[in-house]
Ligand binder design. Structure first.
Ligand code: FE2
Length: 370
C-alpha cells in the first residue's frame, strides 16, 4: 500500500479532513442526535446569537472528527433548496491544507470547477483562508488553511456552551468517505481525483467481487499521497434487483456521499455504546458467525462478542479489520455511517459483501425459501 500511495502526484499536500458539513432540515435537533447517540461534543456555533441571520450552524467534535450541521433561518436560500432536493446530506468535505490559495489555483488549472475563490476570514484569533471547488453531484471540497489561526474553529463561530454533554464513545477520525456516482461515471470521477487533486487509485472492485442477488456495485478507491484522505467511488452495477447505489441515487436525486467511515480503537466498546444509545445497524444473519473463524482465521476478539454486537470482520494480505454499517440516519434511505477498526488491513471489507450474502442464503435454505 505504501508503494501505491507514492504513485499519487502529491502536488497538493493535504494534512487531513478539516470538517464535514451537512445541510439538514433541523440542525438543532440533528445536533442532539450526534451528541446523545454518537458521542459528539459541543464545540462552536453560528446563528442569530452571533449575528448570522441567514442560517444556523452547530459544530460538533469527537477527537479528530468535526461535523457542521447547518439549517437555513428563512425560505428561498441555497441551503434550503439543497435540502428540498436531496434531503439531509453532506454538502462539504473540507480538506486541511497549508496553502488554500495554491490548492485552489492548482485544482482549477487542472480542470476543477470553482465553488468560490480564496477568501480570508479574520477575527481576534487570527485568520483563515478558504477556497472551494465542486466535486460529484452538488458536493464540494473546501480547502482550509488555518496556520495563522488560533481560535476554536473558524472566524464567525463562537464557543458553544452546553449543560448537556454525554460522553464520547471512542470515535477517532474519518477513515474514508464514499461517493455514489451515476451509471458509468466512476471512471470520470476517478480521473478527476487523479488529474485535479493528484490522488492515486489504490484498489478496485468490480461486480464480480461485490455482487449479490439483491445488489451489485463497482468501486474504485482514490487516495492522496499520505493516505489520510481516502475516497472510494461507487457506481451501480447490474443486479437482479435494484442496486443499493441506484436506490441512493434515486432518493438523493443525484450523486452524493453514501457513507462516512469513522475509525475507533475499540470497536466492541464503541458499538456497545452506540447500540445502548439507540443507533441501529444493518442486520447480519446469525449464520455469518458460524463460518467466521474459517473465513478470517485467528483474531484477537471473541466470536461470541462479535456475534452479539453483529460486528463484521474481513481480512486482506496485511491484516484484518472489523466494521459495521448503520442504517440510514435521515428520512431518505441515503447516507449512513460505518464504524471501523483496522488491525493491519488497509482494504475496505469487500469480503463481507459475499459473506453476508452467503449467510442470508444459508438462512433462506434453513427456512426452505431459497
Ligand atoms: Fe466503507
Amino acid at each position: 500500500m505504501e508503494k501505491l500511495y507514492k504513485e499519487a502526484g502529491d502536488f497538493m499536500p493535504i494534512n487531513g479532513t478539516d470538517y464535514v458539513e451537512l445541510y439538514v432540515g433541523n440542525a438543532k435537533q440533528a445536533a442532539h442526535f450526534y451528541k446523545t447517540a454518537m458521542g459528539f461534543q459541543s464545540l462552536a456555533k453560528s446563528g442569530l446569537e452571533t449575528g448570522n441571520k441567514e442560517y444556523e450552524s452547530y459544530v460538533l467534535a469527537q477527537n479528530k472528527i468535526r461535523l457542521i450541521l447547518t439549517s437555513p433561518l428563512k425560505s428561498g436560500t441555497e441551503i434550503g433548496r439543497h435540502i428540498d432536493k436531496h434531503g439531509d446530506g453532506v454538502k462539504v468535505i473540507a480538506l486541511w491544507v497549508d496553502d488554500a490559495t495554491y490548492a485552489y489555483h492548482e485544482a482549477v488549472k487542472r480542470g476543477a470547477k470553482s465553488y468560490f475563490e480564496p477568501r480570508t476570514e479574520k477575527d481576534g484569533k487570527g485568520e483563515v483562508v478558504r477556497s472551494g471547488i465542486h466535486t460529484y453531484g452538488e458536493t464540494v471540497h473546501i480547502f482550509v488553511e488555518r496556520k495563522n489561526y488560533h481560535g476554536l474553529f473558524l472566524p464567525g463561530y463562537e464557543k458553544w456552551e452546553s449543560d448537556f454533554n454525554p460522553d464520547q464513545i471512542g470515535l477517532q477520525f474519518i477513515d474514508h468517505m464514499v461517493g455514489n456516482v451515476g451509471d458509468k461515471r466512476m471512471d470520470y470521477w476517478v480521473n478527476f481525483y487523479k488529474d485535479v487533486m493528484g490522488f492515486a487509485q489504490i484498489l478496485s472492485f468490480d461486480d464480480k467481487d461485490i455482487s449479490t442477488e439483491y445488489t451489485a456495485l463497482m468501486s474504485k478507491v482514490m487516495s492522496n499521497g499520505n493516505g489520510r484522505i481516502k475516497f472510494p467511488i461507487n457506481e451501480p452495477a447490474k443486479g437482479k434487483k435494484k442496486s443499493q447505489v441506484e436506490e441512493y441515487l434515486d432518493f438523493y436525486e443525484g450523486e452524493g456521499v453514501q457513507h462516512i467511515a469513522l475509525a475507533t480503537n475499540n470497536i466492541i466498546e464503541t458499538v456497545t455504546a452506540l447500540r445502548q444509545r439507540g443507533v441501529s445497524f444493518l442486520e447480519v444473519p446469525d449464520s455469518y458467525y458460524d463460518v467466521l473463524k474459517e473465513r478470517v482465521g485467528e483474531i484477537d476478539e471473541e466470536i461470541e462478542v462479535l456475534r452479539k454486537l453483529r460486528i463484521l470482520v474481513d481480512r486482506d494480505d496485511e491484516g484484518y479489520l472489523l466494521q459495521l454499517f448503520s442504517k440510514p440516519v435521515q428520512a431518505r434511505p441515503t447516507m449512513f455511517f460505518e464504524i471501523i477498526q483496522r488491525k493491519g488491513a488497509t482494504s475496505f471489507g469487500k469480503g463481507n459483501f459475499k459473506a453476508l450474502f452467503e449467510a442470508i442464503e444459508r438462512e433462506q435454505e434453513l427456512r426452505g425459501t431459497l
